[in-house]
Write a protein that binds this ligand. Structure first.
Ligand code: CTP
Ligand code: MG
Length: 376
């Protein structure tokens, strides 16, 4: 029976990512990049057989049983790890994994281990190259049959140790290449999941997006405008649509209660105060303003917070005018202003059974609810 060991190399400086803390120690979701890589390996290898290679003098307080100080190159770090393995026998299987690759998939690692048991000299998770390739000097490289090598990679102890001893002054960036140099046959095992190495700041952003949940926020808004007493008007503007009526609504802007309630709901969900703070009635710039401008501003504030609107629901409350014939046009106009599909917007109308100020036809009220998702 062979024993299964793992070496996780975490002794690099992460220069291409450029953070002060080496990238493997940066947070990722509710853990760190190194701990997530460790978890991927420890799902198949028992903790007492996992060796983590760390920078010189690095005070790491993670959940690791064996730590080893790394070297100047990745190759040197792996070699130091191989020399530190306690009780490894020739036929034991060694997994070597980059700490910077936290998304290695359980089933893929199982397939990799099976490949070594089936007698390959070395096996590596790999992904077919999908971009077209060209050298800076102009030479075009056919991508057909090309694979990008990933980790984990798997070996028998004897095979990997003898290759490392023989080429210890080289600078190979992966371990299957050292075995290949020593005459070994390499088998590639395609990974089924994204198993990218966090190398650049963009990679780190992508990793964070994959591990951080979207957070949801709701908001609600309410607004009232009174009717003017004079009965000679042509229409009121509600949810961006002109609805024929003989009395107009009083207000500084176009008095569109519907759009005001939605604007306030979005500002609420975003934590951005209320409509009066952004568009003070005392400011003459907003006199007779189309309220679409207010709503567009609220949508921009949502977007600046990396938010997306999930849905908008608005209720107009009045005895008159009758709203039902205009609800569809209102829905479409709100969707247009907010850059949404029509089915993300719902417009409702109700009376208050002749009760209260809306029942006495003294004005119109509106209330709105929204849900927004904030992306990590
Ligand atoms: N590594 C290591 N010892 C080294 C160099 C690298 O253990 N002397 C490890 C890294 O910590 C990483 C893995 O090898 O988990 C893959 O290397 P790479 O992505 O190149 O990481 P860094 O060398 O840290 O990054 P950079 O090359 O951008 O400095
Ligand atoms: Mg490196």
């Amino acid at each position: 029976m062979s024993t299964l060991f793992a070496i996780i190399v975490a002794a690099g400086k992460g220069e291409r990512l450029g953070s002060e803390t080496p990238k493997q120690f940066l947070p990722l979701g509710n853990t760190t990049i190194l701990d997530k890589s460790y978890d991927a390996i420890s799902s198949l290898v028992s903790p007492e057989n996992i060796y983590v290679i760390l920078p010189n003098n690095y005070d790491y307080t993670g959940k690791i049983s064996h730590t080893v100080t790394g070297g100047k190159t990745r190759q040197e770090s792996v070699y130091k790890g191989l020399k530190a393995l306690k009780g490894a026998k020739d036929d034991d299987i060694i997994l070597i994994h980059d700490a910077a690759r936290p998304f290695a998939d359980y089933k893929d690692i199982q397939a990799l281990l099976q490949t070594i048991k089936d007698d390959a000299d070395a096996a590596s998770l790999a992904a077919p190259v999908t971009d077209s390739l060209r050298k800076a000097d102009g030479a075009v490289i056919d991508r057909d049959g090309l694979y990008a090598l990933q980790t984990p990679q798997a070996f028998r102890f004897k095979t990997i140790m003898s290759a490392h001893e023989k080429y210890k002054n080289g600078n190979f960036t992966d371990d299957t290449s050292i075995v290949a140099e020593n005459g070994g046959q390499i088998v590639l095992v395609p990974s089924s999941a994204p198993n990218f190495k966090i190398t650049t700041p963009q990679d780190y952003k992508m990793a964070q997006a994959l591990t951080s949940p979207i957070t949801y926020r709701t908001g609600q808004g309410f607004d009232v405008h009174a009717f003017d007493n004079k009965g000679s008007a042509t229409h009121v503007t509600l949810c961006g649509i002109k609805v024929p009526h003989d009395r107009k609504l009083k207000g500084h802007s176009d008095a569109d209660v519907g759009l005001h309630a939605i604007t306030d709901a979005l500002l609420g969900a975003t934590g951005a105060g209320d409509i009066g703070e952004h568009f003070p009635p005392s400011d003459d710039t907003f006199k007779n303003m189309d309220s679409a401008v207010f709503l567009e501003k609220a949508v921009t504030l949502v977007q600046e917070k990396n938010g997306i609107i999930s849905n908008i629901d608005v209720t107009l409350i009045c005895e008159a005018p009758k709203i039902s014939a205009y609800k569809k046009a209102m829905q479409e106009r709100i969707a247009q202003i907010c850059g949404l599909n029509n089915d993300q917007v719902n417009v409702k109308a109700t009376t208050t059974e002749k009760l209260g100020f809306t029942g006495r036809k003294e004005g119109i009220a509106a209330q709105a609810s929204v849900l927004i998702g904030l992306m990590p």
